[in-house]
Every structure is written in C-alpha cells, then in structure tokens.
Write a protein that binds this ligand. Structure first.
Ligand code: FAD
Length: 416
C-alpha cells in the first residue's frame, strides 16, 4: 500500500499505548514509512498514564481471552518483543486472583475455560488461599460499603488464580515502545496536534497539524483514545458507535507492615474492587469494578476533575478492608482520575478498517486497552501490511471490526 509521492505511508494519530503498539507492529514487519503524531508533550498524557496496567486474561468472550493472552505474552516476554536488552518496564509476575464469592461453580467453570484457551489457572479453596495469600479474608458475602459495619465473615467459596497474569509500569512500557519504534524507523512526534484529517474521493489523503504542517498519507489510523470522536468530526463522518470518555477514579495507599505475605493482582467481585501493588510493593493501587463507577461521561477530555470523590474513597476503603482486614476501614486516602473510552453499545473496542478507504480505527478500550495493545497492534499491522510475525494474534479481525453487530452482554462493567 505504498503511495506514489507521500511523506508517509501510514500516519497514526495518538501516541498512547495503542498508537505506539500499532506503530511498532507495523514498522517491525515492513519498510512502510510510519509517522506517529501526538499532541501531548510526552508519553502518557492520555489514558495510558493513568492506567493500572493490570494484565489479566479472563473475559466473557473467548476471543477477548485470546487477545488478552496474546497481549500479556508480549509483556511477559518484553525484551524479546521490543528487542530491547534492558527495557525500562519489567513484567511483574504477581498472578491474578479472582474472588467471585457466592457464585456457585464460577471458579471451576472459568478454570476449565482458561485451560482450554491456553491460560494457566488454578482453583483455590479457602485453605489454599490462606496458605498462599495469608492477608486475605476468604469471605463470600458482600460488605456493607455504605456504613462499613462488619458482618460475620464466612468463607466457603472457590477462587480462581491466573498464575501467568500480573502488571507492568504503564509509562515505562510506553517509553520502551517509543524507543523500539524509533529503532524501527518510525517518525515519532510529540507536540504534534492533528487539526485536520483529509480525504479525497472517499480515500485517505493525509493530515494537517495545527501549525499548518501537512503530511500526505494514504493510510491514517485513529488511535486518539478519549479524543477519538474529534477525529471523526474532522473527517465529517458519523461513527455508528457511541464512544464515551468517562472519568474513572483510582486510590492509592501505603502498605502497612501488618499486611503480610504475597499480594497478587486481585479482583474482588464481592466488594467491587480490584487492587495491585506498586512502587516495589510499598503501595496499593485500588480501583472499582462497579458499572456504577463508570458513568461519568466528560464533555472535553482535556478538562475533567482529577480529584477523587470522598464517597468513592469511603466506600472503596470499606470494601478493601473487608478483603484485606489489616488495612484500615476508614481514613484519608489519596487518588487520581483518568479516562476510559467506553463503547456504550457493548463495552468492547472497535479495531480495524472503516468504510473510508485507508482510514482505520483502534478505539473504545474502556479498562482493557493496556493488556490488549500488543495484540491490537498486531491486528492493525496485519491488516495494513498483510504480513505475519512472531507475537501475532490469530484472533479474527471480524471480532472487533467497525461494521460488526454489538456483542450481547449481561454485565457492562470493566469485568465484561
Ligand atoms: C484509571 C485507569 C485504569 C486502567 N486500568 C487498566 C488496566 O488495569 N488494564 C488495562 O488493560 N487497561 C487499563 N486501562 C485502560 C487503558 O489504560 C486504556 O485503554 C489505554 O491506555 C488506551 O490507550 P490509547 O493509546 O488508546 O489512549 P491514550 O493513552 O489516551 O492515547 C491517546 C493519545 O492521543 C493523543 N491525541 C488525541 N487527539 C489528538 C490529536 N488531535 N492530535 C494528536 N494527538 C492526539 C493524546 O494526546 C493521547 O496521548 C485503564 C485506564 C484508566 C483510565
């Protein structure tokens, strides 16, 4: 798809983890001239910088499990994937613990499904949980997160443990992809604000920056995260998907010495929280898994409240204390906010070609984009170049395609 007299063959709008993964995946398999443009001053000013970068596998749809598996494989083998001998980011092999509470056979059913999809997992009973993760309460009953009043905790449910999941530092990983992309010849430009996307007779023609710089290209990728709707507006095309930039709150707190033993990445479906360690185990990052905490749409992704609400802190702290009793059930905690871009139709991303020749999208990632990025880069790069390479995903591009029907789902939270 090399054009006759272009400044670029492929322009990628957005240098978050998705745009970077696409740039790197295209460049490492082709000699196409790739230009990556980002309006920020550096890496991580969008959703990527706020990401908890949890690398888990379990999703409702098998295709999502496969995309997550292929993405997490790349993070697990980060030096081999990036070709960097000493990358900044290091995969933290903490494992991922799912605590479904009173949900019958959920853990066993999901364990069998994970096994069939090549994701190692185990079912833990309360004894195994206590041995491996002594800080955890096995309680299967939902805490009263309004008052924090304690109930008589009771175990007795089964828990699912993904042994090959974990987490990674999101900004360090993005910086690694900048370095790897530069090495592969990508023209990476931060401080480059795309003001116009041009098409001619239904085909991509290129982009123009707000300083007037024009870059002609037959292929443009919208990887603008929460700003993705701006790009559709520039093209004057209607996007059939409702992609909502949505304010998401995250807490962090210091790890007290009483919190003993290993702490995996944890998804407490009973209390509606997820958490993981950060800062070499000195702190916990805590987020919500409740769809009620994914409702605050922001009108302008450049301006939103970055402080956490007192009510959010209070209720999430109650839930956290219920699961990790060594933590206080109340007190002041710090936090920050970032943006999910939620596809309101079915909370799954939109990836691939559009009806405009040469215009591709990788958008609507909710709380999933970090782990999926290497696989999404692979899908787009396969579509643009027709080439396959190591670390590629074999998931069909139809699964997340622009022209698909919305997927049928009962739960539209980040756990979907
Ligand atoms: C609080 C929080 C926690 C999360 N936790 C997880 C997790 O645990 N696991 C997981 O897998 N995912 C998680 N996610 C989701 C994941 O972080 C995102 O899906 C992912 O970072 C999206 O990356 P992106 O590149 O699409 O968007 P972004 O990182 O927002 O990048 C888009 C870029 O486009 C640029 N841009 C926009 N408009 C223009 C323009 N006109 N010209 C030039 N550049 C432009 C912006 O500057 C920006 O840098 C989390 C997200 C948040 C907010």
């Amino acid at each position: 798809m090399r054009s006759t007299n272009p400044l670029a063959d492929v322009v990628i709008i957005g240098g978050g983890i998705i745009g970077l993964a696409i740039a790197y995946q295209v460049a490492r398999r082709s000699d196409l001239r790739v230009v990556l443009l980002d309006k920020g001053n550096g890496v991580g000013e969008g959703s990527t910088g706020a990401s908890s970068a949890v690398l888990r596998h379990r999703y409702s749809f098998d295709e999502m499990v496969a995309l997550a598996r292929d993405g997490v494989d790349a993070y697990r083998e980060w030096p081999a994937f990036t070709g960097l001998t000493h990358p900044r980011a290091v995969f933290e092999a903490a494992g991922v613990l799912w605590m479904p509470g009173d949900d019958g056979d959920w853990a066993s059913v999901e364990h069998r499904r994970m096994q069939s999809l090549g994701v190692p997992s185990e079912v833990l009973d309360d004894r195994a949980l206590a041995k491996r993760f002594p800080a955890f309460s096995p309680c299967r009953h939902a805490p009263d997160v309004q008052t924090g009043i304690e109930h008589g905790c009771e175990g007795g449910s089964k828990h699912l443990f993904e042994s090959t999941g974990g987490f990674i530092d999101p900004v360090a990983a993005a910086e690694d992809l900048v370095e790897a992309s530069l090495r592969e010849g990508v023209d990476v430009r931060y401080g480059a604000n795309v003001a116009q996307v041009r098409q001619l007779a239904g085909r991509m023609a290129g982009v123009t920056l707000n300083d007037g710089t024009a870059i002609d290209a037959p292929c443009v990728v919208n990887a603008a995260g929460p700003w993705c709707n701006d790009i559709f507006r520039m093209l004057e095309i209607e996007c059939p998907w409702t992609l909502a930039p949505t304010r998401i709150q995250v807490l962090y707190l210091d790890r007290p010495p009483e919190l003993i033993g290993a702490i995996p990445v944890s998804i407490d479906m009973v209390g509606g929280v997820y958490f993981r360690l950060q800062n070499r185990g000195q702190q916990l990052v805590v987020g919500s898994t409740l769809s009620s905490d994914e409702r605050e749409q922001v009108a302008n992704p450049d301006e939103f409240d970055r402080f956490v609400d007192a009510e959010f802190s209070r209720s999430r702290l109650h839930a956290l204390h219920h699961r990790l009793p060594a933590l206080p059930y109340k007190g002041s905690v710090r936090g920050y906010c970032g943006l999910y871009t939620i596809n309101r139709e079915d909370v799954h991303p939109i990836v691939g070609r559009t009806p405009v020749e040469g215009f591709l999208v990788a958008i609507g990632f909710s709380g999933h984009g970090f782990k999926l990025a290497p696989a999404v880069g692979s899908l787009i790069a396969q579509s643009i170049t027709g080439q396959r390479l190591d670390f590629d995903t074999a998931v069909s591009p139809a699964f997340l395609s622009f022209d698909r029907q919305p997927l049928a789902l009962s739960d539209k939270s980040v756990l979907a």
